[in-house]
Design a protein. Structure first.
Length: 87
């Protein structure tokens, strides 16, 4: 069945791209243009992708919050760091 009639993209193609790592409608659009013309298929693409685990989505969420698993604690300026308290 067609998901995107503008570009002739099928459910099978969307699933193939999802299996290849595309987790969001934007990533599907980059892979096959589905959702980039009239936008009528974007909700169908979202439904096909579901809300399952997605490494790319989790990485993007970490970037938005500024946290990653391997990121060290933020640097805290101290008097020992050579910074003057009085300017």
């Amino acid at each position: 069945m067609y998901v995107c009639s503008c570009f002739g993209v099928t459910e099978a193609q969307v699933r193939k791209h999802a299996d290849g790592g595309a987790c969001t409608p934007r990533q599907i659009a980059s892979a096959c243009k589905a959702g980039t013309d009239c936008g009528g298929c974007v909700r169908r693409i979202q439904a096909l992708l579901g809300r399952g685990e997605c490494p790319s989505r989790e990485l993007a969420a970490g970037r938005r919050t500024g946290a990653t698993a391997a990121e060290p604690a933020p640097y805290a300026a101290t008097a020992d760091a050579g910074l003057s308290e009085a300017a």
